[in-house]
Unconditional design. Structure first.
Length: 125
């Protein structure tokens, strides 16, 4: 499995990619693999101010439901509406199908997250 090196990763399997002054958030290939066929992505509250580790979204699969967490403190500024019609896009392309975007209170907070090598090592990949 090849992890993109242009982003950071969390212990809870989110990826974080800087895009201007916001962070784009999705879940890793490892996470979507464990979940199985994804049937719903949502419960994103655009405009919500979240702390690092707060629940920002929910992903449901045929196996389980899983919370998606804010990797840094900030304000949710967008939800990927395309996932309403096609939640399985995450299964098909987990590093392209983002879930939400957050404007961080402090962009430097992402420096404490894992790089691709760290995530791979932490997860035996």
């Amino acid at each position: 499995m090849s992890l993109p090196t242009d982003r950071k990763y969390t212990e809870s399997h989110e990826w974080v990619k800087a895009e201007g002054d916001v962070f784009v958030i999705g879940i890793t290939d490892n996470a979507q693999n464990q979940l199985g066929d994804i049937v719903f992505v949502g419960d994103v509250d655009v405009g919500a101010k979240l702390g690092a580790g707060d629940t920002a979204a929910v992903v449901e699969s045929v196996k389980a439901a899983s919370d998606i967490y804010a990797p840094v403190a900030g304000e949710v500024v967008a939800f990927n509406d395309a996932l309403d019609a096609n939640p399985s896009a995450i299964n098909e392309s987990p590093y392209e199908a983002w879930i939400f975007k957050i404007k961080p209170n402090n962009a430097a907070d992402a420096d404490g997250l894992m790089d691709a090598a760290g995530y791979a090592a932490a997860n035996g990949l």
